[in-house]
Design a protein around this ligand. Structure first.
Ligand code: F6R
Length: 240
């Protein structure tokens, strides 16, 4: 594991964006796995800037988002598809059809999960998977549990995750209770993983993720077993 300390969230975003840009320059047809949430916003902003300055082109890049709320169509203001359009997809030169995200409004969610998993395999898997870290140790929406799902699946969001997401909705009753998420296997099969973590409130969970026992109760701790993990964080954590 490589750990890069960033003094603040803005710098974290810039370091992450430069890292992603470097991967694109080395392999213009790179397949990226992408997160939503507050932490990666600065990374997307800076990637957009690098694109506008002509330093990187996304024309051959393909992207797969980690997750989407069940029940929301892509056009819903709080869908992750809308988030991605506003922060990234519509602001860079990604080609139409090169961005993928599970359909939370698919008529048959089980078939949608299979379709998404197959799409990832069809393009040869994810080269660089970027992740945020949930307060409860989730990655994607792989929530703490007795067992973790390997492939893309439908998940019941925990109360903690629903509360954490309520800030984006008019009131907590409107927060979807289910999501489609890539599974732990889909994430671990990525050739490289970049974990972005910000804020003192995540210090304890980051410490458990990186240095605690590998446990399904802290889904992100499985990343300790990934052979190419880079962490960028504005939190200082050390092994006890
Ligand atoms: C979002 C996702 C989640 C978030 C995590 C952290 O697509 O997969 O795992 O990355 O909940 O969210 P923030 O960055 O808002 O703290």
């Amino acid at each position: 594991m490589e750990y890069i300390y960033a003094p603040d969230l803005k710098t974290l975003g810039q370091i992450a964006a430069r890292w992603v840009a470097r991967e694109i320059i080395l392999c213009p047809s790179v397949v990226l796995g992408l997160p939503t949430g507050s932490t990666p916003v600065g990374m997307y902003d800076y990637l957009v800037r690098l694109g506008q300055e002509g330093l990187v082109s996304f024309a051959q890049v393909r992207t797969f988002n980690l997750d989407e709320y069940v029940g929301l169509p892509p056009s819903h203001p709080q869908s992750y598809a809308t988030f991605m359009q506003e922060h990234f997809w519509d602001k860079v030169d990604l080609r139409a059809g090169s961005t993928e995200i599970p359909r939370g409004d698919a008529p048959d969610l089980a078939i949608e999960c299979l379709r998404y998993e197959r799409r990832i395999r069809e393009v040869g898997g994810i080269d660089l998977q970027i992740l945020g870290l949930g307060q409860n140790g989730h990655i994607g929406f792989n929530e703490p549990s007795h067992n973790l799902e390997i492939k893309t699946h439908v998940v019941d969001l925990t109360e903690k995750t629903i509360q954490g997401n309520a800030r984006f909705f008019p009131d907590i009753s409107k927060v979807p209770k289910k999501a489609i998420t890539m599974g732990i296997g889909s994430i671990m099969q990525a050739r490289k993983v970049l974990l972005l973590v910000s804020g003192e409130a995540k210090k304890e969970i980051l410490s458990k993720t990186l240095y605690g026992p590998v446990s399904t109760e802290v889904p992100a701790s499985i990343l300790q077993l990934h052979s190419n993990l880079m962490v960028i964080s504005d939190i200082r954590v050390k092994e006890d």
